[in-house]
Write a protein that binds this ligand. Structure first.
Ligand code: BGC
Length: 523
């Protein structure tokens, strides 16, 4: 990879998110696993990514597909063993691909030994003090301690047999830790060291803005009732008063983690998943003594409009500049509707997705890709009998399963080479994905896969050399034009063709530069 030896490799890295259950199945059980990843790494090397981010593969009952961790220091047998992890890590490094693993510090699984001990211990015990157990309200404590709602629907509190309640901002099988208890921080520092010692290059910090809650656990002042939509349980959070999110104490944790990362050779890093409401609060996570990166979700939330894209670019770049950090860009992940579908779906949605991806890849900083977007995959309507997302199961509204359908690799019929043999994967793949397999697209120069390969290659040659200075040349509802050094990126979000600026066309997301739903790079 171009920047494997760059001491600050993550600054301009293209990071490919692997949702482990759905990437590649090595043993034919219908679930992706470590062996599957190892076998498919050449696809990622050919694509040209600098790093992979692996979603949780730790021992877990899988109620939230691994974001409910029962043992932070082991691999779930469904996904392999620690040896399989080491093999995958070594193979990735041999190909020049860095490896970022997910760390889930806001909550554990209810099957974690600490939570099991807490359930057995009495109210007020040291075991309960690692989580947020409280007495209820009402005459007999029959009402939850406060009015907080879980992100996945329903109250954020569950009652245990002795009458106390415990807090879970997500599923009831995901009890929140009490980060005001130093034992919790100590445990996670050991977890970081365990994986750093094994050689990982970084961490993606799950719910990084959630660890601390206002100490009183007071009621939330409700100003707007969030509605569940297929978009994302995470994106719906619109409350102005948020005593459970983004508390200032969290930043001390990241200052300590910064020192741990710095104490290892090789420029280790961490990226925060922090759904903060403004670019200013986002930037607080990437001050020089805190985390290296944080996801810039405003880019993902922007609608298909030149003006919105320009606004996010300007806002992001100005706020990261204040703290001297580099920006990140992301359009899809395992929690949101795939961007081809968000932008309208069908051929138009895919064309727009390619164009937005080109805008993202032209910008300075790091870009995060989600598995399958390089194939132009769209959100799948998963039949209700297959739903597994805990938010869908709680609310009865379709959730995030549709962006998690296993990757089609080859062949004419499901499982499309996802695993050996004809065993079907954990979520059904649409039959029309025969045209979207890696095998089919690799052979077609006009495919989305071929486009992504070219885009990453041209980015390395042209965009990375163009410096970090971005100027918005024009933006109205329809057309966005910005320059980065001598590179010009032109995106037509409108419905009529326009003339692109003069210059050598380096890459076009469609057939004709300047056509509607098309991006062009020029020099
Ligand atoms: C992850 C989700 C997960 C939630 C709870 C999120 O930020 O990305 O997939 O359900 O955290 O861990």
């Amino acid at each position: 990879m171009s920047n494997f030896n760059d001491p600050k490799w993550w600054r301009q890295a293209v990071v490919y998110q692997i949702y482990i259950r759905s990437f590649a199945d090595g043993d034919g059980q219908g679930l992706g696993d470590m062996a599957g990843i190892t076998a498919r790494l050449p696809h990622l090397a050919e694509l040209g990514v600098d790093a992979i981010w692996l979603t949780p593969f730790y021992t877990s009952p899988q109620h939230d597909h691994g974001y409910d961790v029962a043992d932070y220091l082991d691999v779930d047998p469904r996904f392999g063993t620690l040896d399989d992890f080491d093999t995958m890590l070594g193979a990735a490094h041999d190909l020049g691909i860095r490896v970022i693993v997910d760390i889930v510090p806001n909550h554990s699984s209810d099957e974690h030994v600490w939570f099991q001990a807490a359930l057995e211990a009495a109210p007020g015990s040291a075991e309960r003090a690692r989580y947020l157990f409280r007495d209820g309200r009402g005459t007999d404590g029959e009402l939850p301690p406060n009015n907080w709602q879980s992100i996945f629907g329903g109250p954020a509190w569950t009652r245990v047999p002795d009458g106390q309640w415990y807090l879970h901002l997500f599923d009831r099988t995901q009890p929140d830790f009490d980060w005001r208890n130093p034992e919790v921080g100590d445990m996670f520092e050991d977890v970081l060291r365990f994986w750093l010692d094994r050689g990982v290059d970084g961490f993606r910090i799950d719910v990084a803005h959630g660890l601390f809650k206002e100490a009183t656990l007071r009621d939330q002042v409700i100003t707007e009732v969030p509605e569940h939509s297929a978009d994302s349980a995470m994106v719906e959070r619109q409350q102005a008063d948020e005593p459970m999110w983004d508390q200032p104490e969290v930043h001390d944790v990241y200052r300590r983690w910064h020192k741990i990362l710095e104490s290892y050779p090789g420029d280790r890093m961490a990226v925060a998943e922090a759904w903060t409401s403004t670019a200013a609060s986002m930037a607080r996570f990437i001050r020089p003594d805190e985390l290296q990166q944080t996801f810039n979700f405003n880019w993902l939330l922007a609608p298909w409009s030149a003006e919105s894209f320009a606004e996010v670019i300007t806002d992001t770049l100005s706020h990261v500049a204040i703290v001297g950090a580099t920006p990140t860009w992301v359009l899809s992940n395992h929690d949101v509707v795939r961007h081809a579908t968000r932008y309208g779906g069908g051929p138009v949605g895919v064309a727009r997705a390619r164009a937005a991806t080109m805008a993202m890849l032209a910008l300075p900083g790091s870009a995060y890709l989600y598995q399958g977007e390089e194939l132009g995959l769209e959100q799948v309507e998963v039949p209700q009998e297959f739903w597994q997302d805990p938010s869908a199961l709680t609310t009865g509204v379709e959730g995030r399963d549709g962006c998690r359908v296993p990757i089609p690799w080859s062949g004419q019929v499901p499982p499309f080479g996802f695993g050996p043999g004809s065993g079907q994967p954990w979520l059904p793949q649409p039959p029309h994905w025969d045209e979207l397999t890696v095998e089919a697209q690799a052979a077609d120069p006009s495919s989305t896969l071929s486009f992504y390969r070219r885009a990453l290659a041209v980015r390395r040659e042209a965009a990375l050399r163009a410096g970090d200075e971005v100027t918005i040349i024009s933006s109205d509802d329809d057309v966005l034009v910005f320059s980065r050094g001598d590179l010009v990126c032109h995106v037509n979000c409108g419905s009529t063709p326009v003339t692109v600026p003069a210059g050598e066309v380096l890459l076009c997301s469609g057939d004709i530069p300047g056509a509607p739903d098309t991006a062009t790079w020029l020099r």
